[in-house]
Ligand binder design. Structure first.
Ligand code: PMV
Length: 324
């Protein structure tokens, strides 16, 4: 049996402004993972997908064209290098059983959909004897992300596939970079469903009504993301924390924070976090706090006391080991 995995992710700085072509930084969250396995099935049985967490079993032959799991599989089967296809030829359905399992919280801005797709694509391609490079996996996952999110910026597929810190500018090739030293992030979930599409739409409406004001905010956020990359590469964690605090203030100005996020951010700072901000679309979902090994536990407790529904602590390393 072949197995593959991909980590979750969070956006460290630059959300929303990234939609307007400013840089953003996202990092893998390794303590949560999606895994996929591929195993030969009896001849003639075709391709079956088991998603036990979702209580779903899908037969490829009859799956809807917009089913994201089936789309990931179909994406692999259209690659000429995987199926030895000549131009215009279609691959025959392989006899294979695929199983997926994920510990990444669903719909919380932690990249669950992208990680499941990445693990699935890799496991199937390896099973078919043709391991894929990261760029090919990321491009396939991006296509599947469109089914999940409509117009994704591309940051999710990039960070979960490369499994290392990513400096992302929309439409430009992915840049991975190295953290000088590992750092610790605590993630607090407000428990409020995070309507990314609505927050992105509201920011767009505000930008259309007053372009100079919003362009200035996006520009400022982009500068913070640039500075944060340097701080991470230089191991200056106090500086990174201050930049995260500044980014949260600008996200408040964009109107994408909410009382619950602000409460958790304040609680983390008071408990000794080096910096804290909302992460992702906002208006709910998750916030993140940069902590030291010493302040980690205090911040975790403060977030739980301030009403976080779920608290995850993770260490961000330069390169995450993903077994391909
Ligand atoms: O909520 P998430 O983690 O999917 O992040 C959304 C990030 C945005 O910048 C708001 C949108 C995007 O497509 O980049």
């Amino acid at each position: 049996m072949i197995k593959s995995s991909a980590p979750g992710k969070i956006i460290l700085l630059g959300e929303h402004a990234v939609v307007y072509s400013r840089p953003a930084i996202a990092v893998p969250v390794t303590c949560v993972q999606a895994t996929a396995s591929a195993e030969a099935a009896p001849p003639g049985s075709g391709c079956t997908l088991h998603a036990a967490d979702l209580g779903r079993t899908i037969r490829l032959a009859t799956a809807a064209s917009d089913d994201p799991l089936a789309a990931a599989v179909r994406g692999v089967l259209t690659l000429p290098q995987v199926c030895n296809l000549r131009e215009g030829e279609q691959a025959t359905e392989p006899d294979v059983t695929l199983s997926i399992h994920s510990t990444i919280p669903l719909a919380g801005g932690m990249g669950s959909g992208a990680a499941v797709s990445a693990a699935l694509v890799r496991a199937l391609a390896m099973h078919l004897g043709c391991p894929l490079d990261d760029a090919t996996v990321s491009a396939l996952v991006f296509e599947v992300e469109k089914l999940h999110h409509g117009t994704p910026s591309g940051i999710d597929n990039t960070v979960v596939v490369y499994a290392r810190p990513v400096y992302f500018v929309r439409g430009q090739p992915a840049q991975t970079f190295h953290a000088a030293k590992p750092f610790h992030i605590v993630i607090g979930d407000t428990g409020l469903a995070s309507p990314t599409r609505i927050a992105v739409g509201d920011v767009r409406a505000a930008w259309q009504a007053d372009p100079p004001r919003y362009e200035a905010i996006f520009h400022h956020i982009g500068q913070l993301a640039q500075a944060a990359r340097l701080a991470i590469e230089g191991g200056q964690l106090d500086r990174l924390g201050a930049l995260m605090n500044d980014n949260h203030a600008l996200l408040q100005e964009l109107g994408v924070s909410c009382a619950e996020l602000d409460t958790l951010v304040d609680a983390a700072r008071q408990a000794g976090a080096l910096g804290a901000k909302l992460s992702g679309g906002g208006r709910g979902g998750n916030m993140i706090a940069l902590v030291t090994p010493k302040s980690k536990q205090k911040v975790e407790q403060a977030l739980a006391q301030a009403g976080a529904r779920n608290v995850i602590a993770t260490e961000i390393k330069s390169r995450v080991l993903v077994y391909h």
